[in-house]
Design a protein around this ligand. Structure first.
Ligand code: IVH
Length: 723
C-alpha cells in the first residue's frame, strides 16, 4: 500500500477531475503547511511527490482550471512571519526531478540536452558536473566586501527568510572571506544535519522527554531537524543543534565587468569556492556523457548508506556556463540541470502487529511488524519503536498507517503515525462527496500500546528500573531469548568468533534443547548436529571445525564475548592490558577496577555484579575446561607508549585509512579514540566530509590533524602544524 486508504478513497470517489484537482490542492496545501511552516511533515516526500505529480498532470490536461494559488505554482514554503523577509537578488530556482530510478533517468537527461543543443551523434559528449543531492534546506549566503551580511532561506524562491543569526552558529560557514573574494558574492548551498549529529540530538531529546521536560519532541529525520534549527527563533537553541553546509552554486556576484570573477565552468567555480573557505563535497566530480552519469548514479547509490549524511539522489549540471546560458530556463527550472532521485528513505505502510523482542541483556524492545514496504533500497517488514515511552508518545497502534524511515545502516524506524484527520483537516468540512456518498469514516483504531508485565519468551517478571527507559526481563540465562543473544554475541567476529554460528542455527540449537549454556557449544557432537533441520554432514563438520578454531582466542575478545553489561571492546582491551590475567579481573574489587582507564563506577559495578554470580564464574570455568584459551600477560605492565594519555576524535573520511584501521593504530600506540569532541580532546583527525565535530574542534581550539599528521604523530614525530 502506498497511500492511506482514506486519501485514496476520498480522491478516487470524487466524480470528476475538477473535484479531484480541488481535493488534491487542499491535501497538498495541508501537507505543505505542516512541512514548511510547522516543520512537522505529515507524509513522506515520496507520497507528497506522487500527489503533486498527479495534480500537475491534471492541470496540464485542463489549463483552464489552473489557479495561481495552486501548490504547483510555488517553489517552496512561505516565509514565516517571525523572520524578516528577504527578496532574493537572483531567484532561488528549483530543479526538475527525474523519479525514474533506472539508468534511463540519466540517459533521458543527456538525450534532452543534446537535442536542445542541436548536437548530432558525431558530436563529442557533453561535459557535466555530477553532485549528490543533499537532503537539507537551500540557503543563500550573502557576502559584501568579504563579510557575511545575510543568510536567507529559499522561501517561495523570490522571497525567503532572514535567518542570519542562526546560520552564524554553523562553524563550517565562513564569516569572513579572503581578500580576493569579489565585493558582492552570494553562495548557495544546502544546510543539513549529519546522521550522527541527528542521532545524538534525538537521543538527547528522548532523555529530556523521559525526564518530563515539557515542550520537547524528537525529530522525524535529519532534514526536518535541520529545518527546525534554522528557523528556531532563539539563536542560542539553534546553536545547540549541530548543522553542516555544502556549497553548490552562486546567486548574485559582482560581474566580471565590474571586477568580479570570471568563471567558465561550474566545476571551476566550485573549486574557487573551496579555496575561499566553503565546504564543497569531495563527491562532486566531472562526468562525460550519459555513460559516466549512469556510472556516477550507481557509484553514489552504492555509497549512500555509508555516507555521514542523507542524500535523496544526485544532481547533474551542464558544466560549461556558456552552454548553461544557451539552454536557459523553462518556467522556473533551469534546462541545464536535473535531479535524479534514489529510492525513497521514507515510505508509508501499515502496522500489522506490535511484537516485543528480548535482547541479550534482557531489554524488551517493542517492534512494529509491517506490511512489506520498499524503503531506502530494501524491503522492510520490521521497525523498532525503541521503548514503551516512545511507542506511546508516537501512539503507534495495530492497523495504523505509519511513516517508516530507513537511512544509512540505522535500523528501520517508525517515525510517526499518519492520522487521516491531520492532512485532510480542511477537506473534511463536507461530510459527503458531491454525489451524496458519505465520506469514509475514520477507521476504528487499535488499543494504546502497553509493555507486557512479563517476558514474552520466558514469562519471568519484566521490570523497569527507576530512571531507565527500558523494561528488562529478569529471567537472566533462564530466558532462552537472552541465552540465544548471549551466544550470538560470544560467537560474533569481534568476540570469540565462531564462523557460521548465526541466528537460525542458534534458534534451533536452543529450541531443541541441545544447547543451554555457552560451554554446551563446545560439547556438541556430530550426531546431535546432523539431526538438525537443513544441517548436512558437511555444514556440521564445518561448525565443529569453527568451534575448534575459536578455542584459541585472546583475553580482550573473551572478556568482550562474555557480554557483561557496559563492557564494550575498548573496555575489554583496557581490562586485559591492566590486569593481564582473567583471574585478576574476576577477583578485582571495585576500587581496583576503577584504576583502569576507561572504567568508571557504572562499569566497575557491572563487572563486580557479573563475576559475583556463581553461575557466571561456572560458565567461565567450563569454557576453560572445554579448552578455550588465550595467552595471559603480566598485570599493569602499561609500557609508556608514544600516545598514552592522548585522546583522538575521528571525523570524515580519511584518504587511505579506514576508520577502524585508524582507531587500531591509535590504540596500539596507547592512545584513545573518543566519540565526541570536548576540551579534553587532544586532537581531532579530520578527513573529507568532516562535520560538526570539526566545527566543535575549531570552536574549542582543539588541534586538527589530517591523515598525514596522524601518521607522523604515530611515528613519534612532534605534532605537525595545524591544517
Ligand atoms: S542546484 C538552479 N545542487 O535541491 C539549480 N540543488 O530543487 C539550483 N539540492 O532545494 C539548485 N543538492 O536545495 C542543487 N547539489 C545540489 C543540490 C541541490 C540539494 C536541493 C536544493 C533545492 C533542491 C532543488
Amino acid at each position: 500500500m502506498t497511500t492511506p486508504d482514506l486519501f485514496a478513497g476520498l480522491i478516487a470517489k470524487l466524480p470528476d477531475d475538477a473535484e479531484r484537482i480541488t481535493a488534491l490542492r487542499q491535501t497538498l496545501h495541508a501537507h505543505a503547511h505542516r512541512y514548511y511552516v510547522l516543520d512537522e511533515p505529515s507524509v513522506p516526500d515520496a507520497e507528497y511527490d506522487r500527489l503533486f505529480r498527479e495534480l500537475q498532470a491534471l492541470e496540464a490536461r485542463y489549463p483552464e482550471l489552473m489557479s495561481p494559488d495552486s501548490p504547483t505554482q510555488r517553489v517552496g514554503g512561505q516565509a514565516l512571519e517571525q523572520f524578516a523577509p528577504v527578496r532574493h537578488a537572483v531567484p532561488m530556482l528549483s530543479i526538475r526531478t527525474e523519479t525514474d530510478t533506472q539508468a534511463s533517468g540519466a540517459e533521458n537527461f543527456d538525450a534532452r540536452i543534446r537535442r536542445e543543443l542541436a548536437l548530432t551523434d558525431g558530436d563529442a559528449s557533453v561535459v557535466y558536473v555530477a553532485e549528490p543531492k543533499f537532503d537539507g534546506l537551500a540557503m543563500s549566503l550573502r557576502y559584501e566586501h568579504g563579510t557575511l551580511v545575510q543568510a536567507a532561506t529559499r522561501g517561495d524562491g523570490e522571497t525567503g527568510e532572514d535567518v542570519t543569526q542562526n546560520i552564524r552558529t554553523i562553524g563550517q560557514i565562513p564569516l569572513k572571506l579572503p581578500a580576493d573574494a569579489p565585493p558582492v558574492l552570494e553562495v548557495r548551498g544546502e544546510v543539513y544535519m549529519r546522521r550522527d549529529d541527528f542521532e545524538t540530538l534525538n537521543e538527547r531529546q528522548r532523555q529530556k522527554i523521559a525526564a518530563g521536560i515539557k515542550g520537547e519532541k524528537t525529530f522525524v529525520n535529519p532534514r526536518n531537524a535541520a529545518a527546525g534549527a534554522v528557523r528556531q527563533l532563539d539563536p542560542a537553541i539553534a546553536g545547540q543543534r549541530p548543522l553542516s553546509f555544502f556549497a553548490y552554486g552562486l546567486g548574485e556576484v559582482t560581474p566580471a565587468s565590474a571586477g568580479g570573477p570570471e568563471f567558465s565552468s561550474h566545476f571551476d567555480l566550485l573549486q574557487t569556492l573551496k579555496i575561499w573557505g566553503f565546504p564543497v563535497s569531495s563527491l562532486i566530480g566531472r562526468a562525460q556523457g550519459a555513460t559516466e552519469l549512469v556510472a556516477y548514479y550507481e557509484a553514489i547509490g552504492k555509497q549512500r548508506d555509508a555516507l555521514g549524511f542523507d542524500i535523496d539522489g544526485v544532481v547533474y549540471k551542464v558544466d560549461s556556463l556558456a552552454l548553461q546560458q544557451r539552454l536557459g530556463f523553462v518556467s522556473r527550472e533551469p534546462r541545464w540541470a536535473v535531479a535524479h532521485k534514489f529510492p525513497a528513505q521514507e515510505m508509508l505502510t501499515t502496522v500489522l502487529a506490535i511484537d516485543v523482542q528480548v535482547g541479550r541483556t534482557g531489554k524488551l524492545t517493542p517492534v512494529a511488524k509491517l506490511a512489506p514496504v520498499f524503503v531506502g533500497g530494501v524491503t522492510v517488514t520490521n521497525a523498532t519503536l525503541h521503548n514503551e515511552d516512545e511507542a506511546r508518545r508516537k501512539d503507534v497502534r495495530v492497523g495504523d498507517t505509519v511513516i517508516v524511515r530507513r537511512a544509512g545502516d540505522v535500523i528501520p524506524e517508525v517515525v510517526s503515525v499518519v492520522l487521516p484527520s491531520i492532512p485532510l483537516a480542511s477537506a473534511t468540512t463536507t461530510a459527503a462527496t458531491p454525489d451524496g456518498e458519505p465520506l469514509p469514516m475514520q477507521p476504528q483504531r487499535g488499543v494504546l500500546f502497553a509493555m507486557p508485565k512479563t517476558c514474552p519468551v520466558c514469562a519471568s517478571v519484566a521490570l523497569r528500573e527507576e530512571g531507565e527507559a527500558d523494561y528488562r526481563c529478569t529471567g537472566g540465562l533462564f530466558c532462552s531469548a537472552q541465552r540465544k543473544q548471549a551466544m550470538l554475541h560470544f560467537a560474533q567476529r569481534r568476540a570469540v568468533e565462531v564462523e557460521g554460528l548465526g541466528d537460525k542455527l542458534v534458534d534451533q540449537l536452543v529450541d531443541a534443547g541441545i544447547v543451554h549454556t555457552l560451554p554446551d557449544l563446545y560439547r556438541l557432537g556430530l550426531t546431535a548436529l546432523a539431526n538438525l533441520d537443513r544441517m548436512a554432514d558437511k555444514s556440521a563438520l564445518n561448525l565443529l571445525d569453527a568451534l575448534q578454531k575459536s578455542k584459541q582466542t585472546t583475553l580482550p575478545r573473551f572478556l568482550f564475548g562474555l557480554g557483561i553489561r557496559h563492557v564494550g571492546e575498548a573496555t575489554a582491551k583496557e581490562l586485559a592490558r591492566h590486569f593481564g590475567k582473567l583471574d585478576a579481573v574476576m577477583d578485582a574489587t571495585e576500587t581496583q577496577l576503577l584504576e583502569v582507564a576507561d572504567v568508571g563506577p557504572i562499569v566497575a559495578k557491572s563487572l563486580r555484579t557479573f563475576f559475583d554470580q556463581p553461575h557466571n564464574r561456572e560458565v567461565v570455568e567450563q569454557l576453560r575446561a572445554c579448552g578455550v584459551t588465550w595467552p595471559e600477560g603480566e598485570p599493569a605492565a602499561r609500557t609508556p607508549t608514544p600516545l598514552s594519555g592522548v585522546t583522538f576524535v575521528l571525523t570524515g573520511t580519511l584518504p587511505t585509512l579506514e576508520r577502524e584501521a585508524a582507531k587500531a593504530l591509535i590504540e596500539a600506540a596507547g592512545g584513545k579514540v573518543a566519540g565526541s569532541v570536548s576540551k579534553k580532546t587532544s586532537y581531532v583527525v579530520a578527513g573529507a566530509e568532516a562535520g560538526s565535530k570539526l566545527d566543535k574542534a575549531l570552536a574549542l581550539g582543539v588541534p586538527v590533524l589530517d591523515e598525514a599528521g596522524l601518521l607522523a604523530l604515530l611515528q613519534g614525530d612532534p605534532p605537525p602544524p595545524q591544517v
